[in-house]
Design a protein around this ligand. Structure first.
Ligand SMILES: [Zn+2]
Length: 170
């Protein structure tokens, strides 16, 4: 049986054919090739079906990646957000953190003033002030950290999303 030399239309490698197959897989690049014969030559065509299928698979993978990204972001939002009275998500903001700290500072001032004026029983008003200020530091600081984490997570999410969308456009 005579061997026929053909060139892979996918990668240009030289392949040997025995017999007269209509289709052959390139053992170098894996392309599915259609063997075309006319009077003067034998050549190969990379089958479109294979490429189209590859595109579809890539598209599906992108969709899956995008869905997974959206799911992860939704979970992160739930983790980092508070809820308002109607149960809607409320993203943490630095402004709200400052508001908590300022409000606690204001609430703590009367205790100090009272202790200065009366100069008796100072432990109760100062204790109250101390408690309120600590509350402000803990809750306000916590909200501040949440706001920072939220911003970083949102930035990462948007960057990843943009990267996936760019792939989509190719
Ligand atoms: Zn090849």
């Amino acid at each position: 049986m005579e061997l026929q030399k053909i060139t892979c239309g996918g990668c240009g490698a030289s392949l040997s054919l025995s017999g007269e197959p209509k289709f052959v897989d390139c053992r170098f690049c894996g392309a599915s090739l259609r063997v075309v014969r006319n009077e003067s030559a034998v050549f190969t065509e990379v089958q479109e079906r294979v490429e189209a299928l590859g595109d579809e698979v890539a598209e599906l993978r992108k969709d899956a990646d995008l869905r997974a990204l959206e799911d992860r972001w939704a979970a992160t939002q739930r983790e980092l957000s508070g809820y308002d009275r109607r149960g809607r998500l409320m993203r943490p903001t630095r402004g709200f953190a400052v508001f908590i700290m300022a409000a606690c500072l204001l609430c703590g001032i009367p205790g100090i003033v009272s202790a200065i004026i009366t100069q008796r029983n100072v432990f109760a008003p100062l204790g109250f002030t101390f408690f309120v200020l600590m509350f402000g530091v803990v809750r306000g600081g916590g909200t501040w950290r949440q706001a920072t984490r939220y911003e970083e997570a949102e930035r990462a999410y948007l960057e990843e999303r943009r990267a996936l969308m760019q792939l989509e456009g190719e």
